[in-house]
Design a binder for this molecule. Structure first.
Ligand SMILES: [Zn+2]
Ligand SMILES: [Zn+2]
Length: 105
């Protein structure tokens, strides 16, 4: 017969509770209209989402970081090689998310 330890102590980090807030919560969400500091919801406002809307992360990156790709300053939207704004589906260059402090998803 072998005696094995019944259970290892639970690491404290797992008990710490809520995950850290996403930095994009500092800005208002242009998609679902969640206020600064509030978490995103679905458009109906009924379900609170754990991750902010992509449009909010884009707005946050735009407000926070200079874009290393197209060289625009904070608060200015990214531009393509022709000087046009990027499409809504991907309005910010990926490097700008990194610059703002979060790797691109
Ligand atoms: Zn949102
Ligand atoms: Zn850019």
């Amino acid at each position: 017969m072998t005696d094995r330890p019944r259970s290892a102590p639970m690491p404290a980090v797992l008990r710490a509770g809520r995950p850290p807030r996403h930095p994009a919560l500092a800005v208002r969400c242009p998609h679902c209209a969640a206020a600064e500091g509030a978490r995103c919801t679905t458009r109906s406002g009924r379900v609170t989402k754990t991750e902010p809307c992509p449009a909010r992360v884009a707005a946050w990156a735009t407000a926070t970081a200079v874009c290393p790709t197209c060289q625009v300053l904070q608060t200015y939207p990214c531009r393509d090689n022709h000087g046009n704004e990027l499409p809504d589906s991907s309005p910010v260059h990926p490097a700008r998310y990194t610059e703002a402090g979060r790797p691109a998803a």
